[in-house]
Design a protein around this ligand. Sequence first.
Ligand code: HEC
Ligand code: HEC
Ligand code: HEC
Length: 402
Amino acid sequence: MRLYAALLLALAMLADHAHAEDAVSRGSYLAVLGDCAGCHTKAHGPAFSGGLPFQAQFGTVYSTNITPDRETGIGTWTADEFYRAVHEGVAANGHHLYPALPYVYFSRLTRGDTDDLFAFLHSLKPVRQAPTPNKLIFPFNIRAGLIFWNWLYLPKAPPKIDTAKPAEWKRGEYIVNGLGHCGACHTPKDILFGDITSKPLAGGVVGNWYAADLTGNMRTGLGKWSAGDIVHFLEAGRNQYATAAGTMEEKITSSTSHMTPADLHAIATYLKSLPQRKAVQFQNPRPEQMERGQGVYRAHCEECHAADGEPTGAGARGRYPNLAGDTLVMGGDPTTVLRIILTGGTAPPAPGKPAIKPMPDFAKLNDGMIADVATYIRNAWGNSAPVVGATRVHWLRRALIH
Ligand code: HEC
Ligand code: HEC
Ligand code: HEC
């Protein structure tokens, strides 16, 4: 009898162990979907140990150490405290967390999800790494101010989801609007940096990058993209319409390229279901500006992007981004285009193809020339987008180049 009981106990312990292992592996994939490592790892720093800066107009917030170190990480936290932190933005010691941690989106997580994430984070090797102090100006340095912010922006109840929708759509909706927090960059922001919820995913500017319109708009959004094009972009960072840059390139490296094909399809299915937003009316550029822009383009850009914006020729030329029909180039807001011209960029590597030259920076061109060439590429070859003025370039240059 005693032997039997011991055997049962051993079996129960094994089952428990297997259960814990399941939780850890589920949690590790949830961390991919939520890009926890992408934000909680600084350059060359140990994974999840924090210290990555987030710059905004009002200062810099640093991500914290979420390894299970007992003094500098979340080693002494309980699963309840962890749930409250990712759900409501309140740390174990009761202080409010800045919404740089996208808890507005993570409030969609179920208790099961946060428990699995917690199990995963607690299975990591503890790293001793004291948090970097934030550098914020008054009144943003007062965390209690976030009580008001949360009252405005933290959803009071989960959204009503049409239960009749297909499972794939629901999964996509949950990743995009929950763990994947796509709107954190892609939804336009108001003056308090909260989401303008009446324009979900219609394109937003965060940290001097314009995150493109993901709605069904034919010109500036994903209207022309097939679900396969979206999957390909999230997997490889490029497709016939776009080349990933900036914060999206980082997001793809640390998160979407590690998602399962089924989840990428679910995201694409959801994004393709977003309605087309009404296009904004704007004036065509003056012919003189187009002519000046074309002059700059011929002298500095044609070498890689080709005369017709569509490098289809043999050899290296065939692999530079197409500027004709590029949804980002035609975006309602030119910030990302100007930023790439001012600071250059590297394309994500295309497996099996020889490397291409990175895009050099063109900071040496003056504000007027950059405004002209940006206006030109946004309106040549059948493209169409609002004119860019030199003041715009001036302010972005001031923000980026010191
Ligand atoms: C977009 C960047 C970003 C992402 C993505 C992100 N975090 Fe954070 N997180 C932060 C920042 C910044 C802070 C610090 C906020 C503060 O100090 O007020 C933080 C703080 C936290 C804290 C509070 C820790 C403490 O010591 O107070 C926890 C817990 C946390 N994050 C967990 C997660 C988990 C789990 C994920 C993935 C599901 C995640 N974060 C994804 C940026 C991010
Ligand atoms: C940290 C900010 C950030 C987050 C979070 C983010 N994106 Fe982006 N995204 C950008 C930026 C910036 C661009 C524009 C640069 C580029 O095209 O790579 C972009 C571009 C894109 C594009 C290409 C659009 C075009 O017209 O060129 C797609 C598709 C996209 N994102 C999908 C997503 C999805 C899906 C998610 C959530 C899983 C997501 N993004 C989350 C910043 C972000
Ligand atoms: C030496 C080759 C080279 C030259 C010259 C060059 N580019 Fe690029 N360009 C690239 C590469 C490579 C990328 C991909 C980099 C990225 O997306 O970050 C790129 C990306 C871009 C993009 C973003 C496209 C997208 O979908 O993300 C724009 C806009 C752009 N270039 C405009 C210009 C303009 C305007 C000029 C001239 C002032 C120019 N380029 C000159 C190589 C070049």
